[in-house]
Design a protein around this ligand. Structure first.
Ligand code: PEP
Length: 265
C-alpha cells in the first residue's frame, strides 16, 4: 500500500520569526498518524520550522537543492548543507523551470543527488496549458520523466520507495483552476507507464506515490483523493492557512483509512 502524503510548499513566503509559529499551528490542526505531512519553507526558515515541528510527526522539506556538494556556486545550497534541517526536497518545481531555466536533465541530476544524500525528492512534472489544449499533455510529461531518469541514472527503479512524483499541470498552479480528478488520474497512470518504459518493473512503478498539485484546497482535495492512483497533494497557496491544511489533511486521513481497510479485506 502506498502512503498518503500531504506536502506544503510555502514558496517565497514567511520569515524566520513567523515560520515556526505557523508550522506549529498547522501541525496542531493536522494530527493524523496515517498521513505523511511535510512542510517545505524557504531555506532561511528551515531551522525554526524544524524546531517548531519537533515531536509533531510533521517532516521538513527544502524547496530546491544544488547538484554539487560545495564550491563556487554563489547563492546555492547543497544537500550536505541541508543535513539535520530537512529530510525532503522539492525538485523541478515549474516556477524554477520558468524562472531559473531548470531543465529535465538538471532535475534528474538533482533527484539523484537527493537520493544519494538521504533526502526524499518530491519531483515535479507537468504540462503547459498549450500542451493540454493540443492533446499532448501525456506525451510531454512522459518525456519529462524519461529525460530526468536518463540524466539522473535512475532507470533501474531501485528508488521506488523513496521517490515521490508530483503531477502539477503548470496552468493550475496558483491560478485557482484545477485539473479534473480523472485527468489527474490518467496522468498518474501515464507517469507510472513512463517509469516502466524506462527500466522500472511494474511493481516498482506501482510503488511510487504520485501526488497532484495545482490550486488544491480543502474543498477540492476530495476529487483527487477519490482517485485510487493519486496518493496525496503538493499544496501551495492553501498550505499557508492552518484551516485549509486542517481540511486537506482530514480528507487525506479518511482516504488513508479507507485504503487501509480495503487492503486488509
Ligand atoms: C505548488 O506550489 O506546488 C502549488 C501547487 O501551488 P498552488 O497550490 O498555489 O497552486
Amino acid at each position: 500500500m502506498r502512503p498518503i502524503i500531504i506536502a506544503a510548499n510555502w514558496k517565497m513566503n514567511t520569515t524566520p520569526s513567523d515560520a515556526g509559529p505557523l508550522a506549529a499551528a498547522i501541525a496542531a490542526v493536522t494530527d493524523a498518524p496515517d498521513v505523511e505531512r511535510v512542510i517545505c519553507p524557504p531555506y532561511v526558515c528551515l531551522a525554526p520550522v524544524r524546531d517548531a515541528l519537533a515531536g509533531t510527526g510533521v517532516d521538513v522539506g527544502a524547496q530546491n537543492v544544488h547538484v554539487r556538494d560545495a564550491g563556487a556556486y554563489t547563492g546555492e545550497i547543497s544537500a550536505a548543507m541541508l543535513a539535520g534541517l530537512a529530510s525532503w526536497c522539492i525538485v523541478g518545481h515549474s516556477e524554477r523551470r520558468r524562472d531559473m531555466g531548470e531543465t529535465d536533465e538538471l532535475i534528474g541530476r538533482k533527484v539523484a543527488r537527493c537520493l544519494e544524500s538521504g533526502l526524499r525528492p518530491i519531483w515535479c512534472v507537468g504540462e503547459q496549458l498549450e500542451d493540454r489544449e493540443a492533446g499532448r499533455a501525456e506525451a510531454v510529461v512522459r518525456e519529462q520523466v524519461r529525460l530526468a531518469l536518463v540524466a539522473g541514472g535512475l532507470a533501474g527503479g531501485a528508488w521506488a520507495h523513496t521517490i515521490v512524483i508530483a503531477y502539477e499541470p503548470v496552468w493550475a498552479i496558483g491560478t485557482g483552476r484545477t485539473a479534473s480528478g480523472s485527468d489527474a488520474a490518467a496522468m498518474a497512470d501515464a507517469i507510472r507507464a513512463a517509469l516502466e518504459a524506462n527500466g522500472w518493473t511494474h511493481e516498482q512503478a506501482q510503488a511510487v506515490p504520485v501526488l497532484y498539485g495545482g490550486s488544491v484546497t480543502a474543498s477540492t482535495i476530495a476529487e483527487f483523493l477519490s482517485e485510487p492512483c493519486i496518493d496525496g497533494a503538493l499544496v501551495g497557496g492553501a498550505s499557508l492557512k492552518p484551516d485549509e491544511m486542517a481540511g486537506i489533511v482530514a480528507r487525506a486521513a479518511t482516504t488513508a483509512a479507507a485504503r487501509r481497510s480495503a487492503a486488509l479485506r
